[in-house]
Design a protein around this ligand. Structure first.
Ligand code: ADP
Ligand code: MG
Length: 363
């Protein structure tokens, strides 16, 4: 296993990049810690596969160095890197049996027979493939085929890391959940570095200890699910994580408050207000819909808002409200009935108010 470091790595698929826009991956410094369970999360086209393929060696970055335990492997081909990679769609040999497919990565490296048998059995059991070991892969469904692909990634116990590139796309929601839990168990048992790529926040947040969020070729934040939820480092993380995402209100600082409309100023922690007052960029106040509070009456709280729409989601309701010309979403707890058109008093608890300057969190 290994600690995998990216030293000023960037990649452009165009032979002659002219501007930043020509880079699928902008320059990054990043480390995958040995034994970590990571999710790499971001919208389609943001560079996740590029970053993964640079890690495995399928893509050589146009700039920078990749280090495994301090050793420069930038020019080293994938087969020498000791990394297992599972792709979005099944990669296996149709003419081989399930057993032969699972054994292939080990036999190919000349592993002893007894070891191959033991590992194939263990992986088949983990993925519930024991019943079909003798069948030809060609005759199986997409889901089984993808399980075999995953098994081929998991069968070697000597790899530096296992990379999964949106591996559950072809798998139905319940099986997805089962397989994700299995991957967690495998991680706990074997301690491989796991990097799991997804564009689905639920998948990322339920799988990983650390989530790396990407947008437009950049790593915007690495953190635990809780850190990403409570302290988004960038407005992109605020609205990409959480459903719905964080509310953002353009504002300016007045004393110890953030003025969000001519009528409404939200009090800020003193140090935050002082820091923000010195900044010159565009300021926004950020708060999660679940962290705002609806006061008992319209006259209490920091401002009065008008409910526009109310969406009942079972244990809570999600209410779209207007504050002057601004719109925000508020989570209304069970037991509190809100009607469209109703006037509401809203509280912005200081501990949950964040400020962003040119989209970056003001610390
Ligand atoms: P993701 O996996 O997050 O969807 P990718 O890493 O596949 O993103 O792609 C990042 C960007 O690089 C996209 O704009 C994509 O069109 C471009 N890209 C990816 N692979 C290639 C390639 N082989 N040649 C040219 N452009 C590519
Ligand atoms: Mg991809």
């Amino acid at each position: 296993m290994a600690r995998i470091e990216f030293d000023d790595v960037a990649h452009s698929y165009s032979g002659r990049p002219q501007s930043e826009a020509d880079y699928a991956l902008k320059p990054i410094a990043h480390t995958w810690d040995d034994g970590g369970a990571y999710a790499l999360l971001g919208p389609s086209g943001c560079g996740k596969t590029t970053l993964l393929n640079i890690t495995s060696g399928l893509v050589t970055p146009s700039q920078g160095r990749v280090l495994f335990d301090g050793e420069d492997v930038t020019a080293m081909p994938p087969e020498k890197r000791n990394i297992a990679q599972v792709f979005q769609f099944p990669v296996l040999y149709d003419t081989m049996t399930v057993e032969e497919n699972l054994a292939f990565p080990l036999r190919n490296r000349g592993a002893p027979k007894a070891h191959v048998r033991k590992r194939v059995r263990a992986v088949a059991e983990m993925l519930e493939l024991e019943g079909m070991l003798g069948r030809k892969a060609a005759n199986l469904g997409a889901e089984e085929k993808q399980k075999i692909s995953m098994g081929r990634g998991l069968v070697r116990d000597d790899v530096a890391a296992i990379l999964f590139d949106e591996p559950l796309t072809v798998i139905d929601p319940h099986m997805k959940w089962v397989l994700r839990r299995k991957l967690r168990q495998i991680h706990a048992e074997f301690g491989h570095t796991l990097i799991y790529v997804t564009h689905d926040q639920t998948e990322a947040l339920t799988f990983a200890d650390k989530v790396v969020v990407m947008d437009d070729g950049r790593l915007v934040q690495t953190g635990t699910p809780q850190e990403l939820f409570e302290n988004p480092a960038h407005t992109f993380v605020g609205y990409f994580i959480g459903s719905p995402g964080m509310n953002f209100l353009p504002c300016r600082i007045e004393g110890e408050a953030a003025r969000v409309t001519p009528e409404v100023a939200i009090p800020l922690p003193e140090t935050l207000a002082r820091r923000a007052a010195r900044l010159s960029g565009a300021l926004e106040l950020g708060i999660r819909p679940s962290r705002m509070e609806v006061a008992p009456t319209a006259d209490e709280g920091h401002c009065t808002a008008t409910a526009e729409t109310v969406e009942d989601l079972g244990s809570y309701a999600l209410c779209l409200v207007t504050i002057g010309s601004r719109r925000v979403r508020v989570r209304v707890p069970e037991g509190r009935r809100v009607q469209p058109g109703e006037r509401l008093g809203l509280r912005f608890p200081q501990e949950w108010v964040r400020l962003y300057c040119d989209n970056e969190l003001v610390e």
